[in-house]
Design a binder for this molecule. Structure first.
Ligand code: HPA
Length: 271
C-alpha cells in the first residue's frame, strides 16, 4: 500500500461526487438495508474503484454509497472484506483508509456475531466495549506503516467514549435493548467448536465474529473515532450447540436490523 494508491482511490471517488463525507459506516453481513435510509445516493462498485479489493461472498453486493442520512454527508460500505475470503489484513482495511482520505471524522461499524455471553439472546444488539484480536495478525504489521501513522498504536480505549455514549443514549430513548461487551474476532469461515466456545468464554469474550477488529485497529491508527454494534445472531452454548444455520443467522440479522438503523440514524442526527 502506498499513499499514491490511496490518493488515486480517493480522487476517483471525489470525481464521482464523494465530496467531504463526515461519517463512514460499515454494514455487516445481512445488514444492508440501512442503504434505503441514504438520500441522494451516489454509488461506486468496489470493482471500479482503483486499488480496491473485490468482494466475493454473494450476499455482499460490494459497493460504496455516498449520500445523506439525517442531513449529514455519509459514505457507506455495503459489504466488507473478510480474511476468510483470502484477503490480507491490509486489503480488508484499505477502504477505511480511503474513507478517511475522503475526510470522514467518525466511523460506525456493524456486524453479525455469535453470543458467547448466554445472558444475551439472539436478536439482541451489543455495543462493543472492547475486543480480543484472535485473528493471528495485525493490519499494522507491514514495512512502511510509519508512513501512515504510528507503529505502536495505543489500544487502551479503542472505542470512542462519546460515540458509545451517544449510542447508549439513543438506545435508551428508543427503548432498544443494547447489551455491552467484549467482541472476539476469529478468522473463520468455519464456526467454532464447543471447546472453542468454552475457551472464548474463559477469555472474557461476550461475542464472537469474523470481522471488525482489523477495521477498528486501523481507525485507531488513523485517530478516527469509532464505535461498533454487533447483532447477535446465534447463541453459542457449548452444552446445547446446534448445527449452524446460515439462513437463520441472516433472518435474525434482518429482524434486528430496523433497531440498528434507528440507533445509527439517531446518533448521526445528533452529531
Ligand atoms: N461465530 C463466529 N462468527 C459468527 C457467529 C459465530 O457463532 N455468528 C455470527 N457470526
Amino acid at each position: 500500500m502506498t499513499q499514491k494508491q490511496l490518493d488515486k482511490s480517493a480522487a476517483f471517488l471525489r470525481g464521482k461526487g464523494f465530496e467531504a463525507p463526515e461519517i463512514g459506516i460499515v454494514l455487516g453481513t445481512g445488514l444492508g438495508r440501512m442503504v434505503a435510509e441514504i438520500e441522494q445516493q451516489t454509488v461506486a462498485h468496489y470493482h471500479n474503484i482503483p486499488y480496491f479489493p473485490l468482494a466475493t461472498v454473494e450476499f455482499h453486493s460490494g459497493k460504496l454509497i455516498y449520500g445523506e442520512i439525517a442531513g449529514k454527508k455519509v459514505v457507506v460500505m455495503q459489504g466488507r472484506f473478510h480474511l476468510y475470503e483470502g484477503y490480507e489484513f491490509k486489503d480488508i482495511t484499505y477502504p477505511i483508509r480511503v474513507m478517511r482520505e475522503l475526510g470522514i471524522k467518525k466511523l460506525l461499524i456493524s456486524n453479525a456475531a455469535g453470543a458467547i455471553n448466554l445472558g444475551f439472546k439472539k436478536g439482541d444488539l451489543m455495543l462493543i466495549d472492547d475486543h480480543i484480536n484472535l485473528q493471528g495478525g495485525s493490519p499494522l504489521a507491514f514495512k512502511n506503516v510509519a508512513e501512515f501513522g504510528e507503529r505502536f498504536v495505543d489500544m487502551s480505549k479503542p472505542y470512542d467514549s462519546d460515540l458509545c455514549k451517544a449510542l447508549e443514549t439513543a438506545a435508551d430513548e428508543e427503548d432498544i435493548v443494547l447489551r455491552k461487551g467484549v467482541y472476539a474476532s476469529v478468522v473463520g469461515p468455519q464456526l467454532e467448536t464447543r471447546a472453542e466456545y468454552r475457551m472464548l468464554k474463559t477469555l472474557g469474550a461476550d461475542a464472537v465474529g469474523m470481522s471488525t477488529v482489523p477495521e477498528v485497529i486501523v481507525a485507531n491508527h488513523l485517530k478516527l473515532p469509532v464505535a461498533a454494534v454487533s447483532v447477535l445472531t446465534d447463541e453459542c452454548d457449548p452444552d446445547n450447540l446446534e448445527p449452524i444455520n446460515v439462513a437463520e443467522i441472516l433472518e435474525i440479522a434482518a429482524a434486528a436490523e430496523p433497531r440498528l438503523v434507528k440507533l445509527f440514524k439517531k446518533v448521526i442526527a445528533a452529531m
